[in-house]
Design a protein around this ligand. Sequence first.
Ligand code: FDA
Length: 571
Amino acid sequence: AAATSYDYIIVGGGTSGLVVANRLSEDSSVSVLVVEAGDSVYNNPNVTGTGAYGAAFGTSIDWAYQTIKQPYAGDLTQTIRAGKALGGTSTINGMAYTRAEDVQIDAWEAIGNQGWNWSTLFPYYLKSERFQIPINAQSAAGANWNPAYHGMNGPLTTGWTYEMMNGSMAEVLNATYQNLGISYLPDVNGGKMHGYTLFPRTVNRALDVREDAARAYYYPFESSRPNLSVMLNTYGNRIVWANATNTNSVTATGVEVTLSDGTVQTIQANKEVILSAGSLISPAILERSGVGNPTVLSRFGIPLVVNLTTVGENLQDQMNTEFIYLSNATFSGQSTFLGHPTAADLFGSNVTNVAKSVQSSLPHYAATVSEASNGTMSAAVLQKLFQLQYNIIFNNPTPIAEILVAPSGSKFITEYWALLPFARGNVHIGSANPLDRPVINPNYMMFEWDMQEQIASGKFVRKLYGTAPFTNWATGEATPGYSTLPANATDGQWAQWISSVSRSNFHPVGTAAMMPRDMGGVVDSNLVVYGTNNVRVIDASVLPLQVCGHLVSTLYAVAERASDLIKAGQV
Ligand code: FDA
């Protein structure tokens, strides 16, 4: 039978939660419990297969959260996928390993999170990583790396599978990007992401399987750490408090959970409760525990414990749009080619006008988001945050789109997304029942810039496929095709098409943002929830601003650093 008391209880055994569980349990004198709603997927071929991306979608290990109808994006409902398994979303994701632009992490400190910047986070990217050096055949297929950017001794294996695509495609695309004025970037993981590159993946090359958080941070330690426990198929419902009368510093004493047979039980936490249930659930657990906006809580009869109105606000995701091209060749192997253009690359000589127009829209954007947050985020603060984001977009060589080319059979699949929209949404509970899904509203395409960025990126995709020497291989557009979206389509036609076909990019962040409390932050720079003594959030919820990389590399690094803060007694 499971014990009923642990020093640390981590709710959510996903990407971030398992890092924290591993690092805290390095100290054999502390006991750690992970409460995970999903099951083990160690032997699930939909997870382990390095070419199986998408196979897990719609199965029992995909939460498949639904948004409400998206008012700025065709009034459609979107599915936001997330992994329901030990290992969390790292068990179903695309396995891309790309970090962030250095200025984006520096922005965390600029908004008041002391100690969080590129140079303090960088060692933690390395600490988490065990890079697998490319063999000659992989280098010939385009794999490249800068030794200064990679860790060799961490738990997480990164690199390429042996089934990389042989042949000259890497060079063809390189030459094509050069012809578009975009240079080759040998290694995307050094904090400068502009260019054309082949990124590493979270894979175990020797075993030819996906590397996920459980394979990296849990299974190798399972038998040697009696102080590390995992409860699978168990939901964390809410935090239990010692004394909820002093709402300036409440203390968590445990977590109420629902076991797989439906039994509800409280497990005691002697030191801390850590929420790592992902950016769509951690804020919901806070709200069900009485931490949040009194207006939201009172709707469901939940007694207020900490008045923190911005819980669940500040939600930022991106939208993903797909093109398919035909090829005169047939491809096998696993290689995805990445282009990261800047605003100047996408808008050319018009970039100054675009920048001016966005700059003058910032007060309007800020006021609109403030209103959409029911006034919980102040327009003045938002304008400050948006100005920072504007500076990152227009005053730095920051990529503003990710363009993927994945040759597959006799086709090229291109997914692309604008990286830095200004849209902000929210996620809140829709009932007091902890097993119910929250109400999710990312407000995709809320602003003119968000659509303008997606349209410009789409036009760039067409330009890429129309540029030599890629034109020797790409022989025509299958989707959407020029009859659906003509060469001379207006931006209105582009917007309509984009709204009707795009999906969530599955990168939701920001819903328990790390920021000063008076700016609308939910956690402080130690990731402690304001108003609590011993509750932290450690997952994608805490990122105050979206990053250009895919998320897991940064989440692993944040969780590594957060673990050190906990071990150093930082509260
Ligand atoms: P994560 O979702 O990993 O963990 C949360 C855990 O909490 C889950 O295990 C969940 O089951 C559990 N949980 C939820 N509610 C609970 C409750 N009440 N009680 C107990 N447990 C609960 N990133 C990347 O770097 N490269 C890529 O290629 C991709 N591609 C990609 C594709 C797809 C389809 C998706 C959905 C996402 C990606 N991403 C990605 C994004 C990336 O995988 C994602 O952002 C992180 O894995 C999220 O990590 P977290 O720790 O925040 O939550």
